[in-house]
Design a protein around this ligand. Sequence first.
Ligand code: PLP
Length: 386
Amino acid sequence: MGPGPSNVNPRILEAMSRPTIGHLDPQFVGMMDEVKELLHYAFQTNNPLTIPVSAPGSAGMETCFVNLVEPGDTVIVCQNGVFGGRMRENVERCGATPIMVEDAWGAPVDPQKLEDALKAHPQARVTAFVHAETSTGAQSDAATLVALAHEHDCLTIVDTVTSLGGTPVLVDEWAADAVYSGTQKCLSCTPGLSPVSFGERAVDAVKARKTKVQSWFLDLNLVMGYWGPNSKRAYHHTAPVNALYGLHEALAILRDEGLEHAWARHDANHQALKAGLEAMGLEFLVQDKYRLPQLNAVMVPESVDEAAVRARLLAEFNLEIGAGLGDLAGKVWRIGLMGYSSNPGNVLYCISALEAVLGSLGAPIQQGAALSATEYQLTVGTDQPR
Ligand SMILES: Cc1ncc(COP(=O)(O)O)c(C=O)c1O
């Protein structure tokens, strides 16, 4: 129950243990087409260029930057946590100039600040932001940010690593140009693949580049020879065959559950966790309306050694929760309720284990009320999807 990887659904592990066939085998090629179809559903897009990159989420991020950014470009990067910082690194390594739009860690990206930056830097070609900041648990308003960027003729790069499958990712409705995600969060697959989707304007920009994409491996012009619509399925790299079996199964599970149901489930389990945590007297970092149900950043009470609590949860309860990153190190715990891990049993287990450990350490919490508050919330549920 950390910030990812989440627990992997056994159906996925079973799929991954099937015999490895050739990455050009007709059956495998047929499965690749199904993976693309299923990704269209998960991302809510009709973009033909929607494929899994053969490497983890950071490679999806890098795919977007190296294909869309050229040396000398100006790129606006919104940062409200760790991963906006990684975007900045990408921009600099592409030989471009990042213009940083900073917000407090725990707050969403402020559209007004983005608009000010777009007006101040009319030469900017690309705007990038993280939809769901895993380091803080804050969700930003992707539709508004994309619309603002478009008003100023900027392409958009959107990180949906933690949101995909957990909260709405509506690529076509947002009109986002390049989006990437990961497999190990709300898809509950093993880590190591990064689904990406490029819209028409982004594809045109890749084709119109003046310079070669600096990464051979991530150059979409080459990757598309293997994955692309109407491609000849020419060898580019040896696809991670069994990892793709796993992604296929994960996406089929998501399709069978239905996106709306998956979003509602994440929300209901978050509400139950919240009821228990608040009954103990614990507080969240992020304001309610910006909070990600799948990533709960909880303030560590005064005088509590947060690392000792995590160590005991792991040793005594076999339960992993995450630590704070950067400025939030020592100040928050990050409790994940992602994908297969987002279920009532886990919520009850986490609340009771946390209460037991905090109680035995003499932490200043309310004892005895958390489990019944969680149970009550699970019973009444939520009929108001966020
Ligand atoms: C928001 C976000 N972006 C990017 C990444 C990088 O993904 P990966 O660790 O799979 O490379 C992560 C990983 O946690 C993330 O949470």
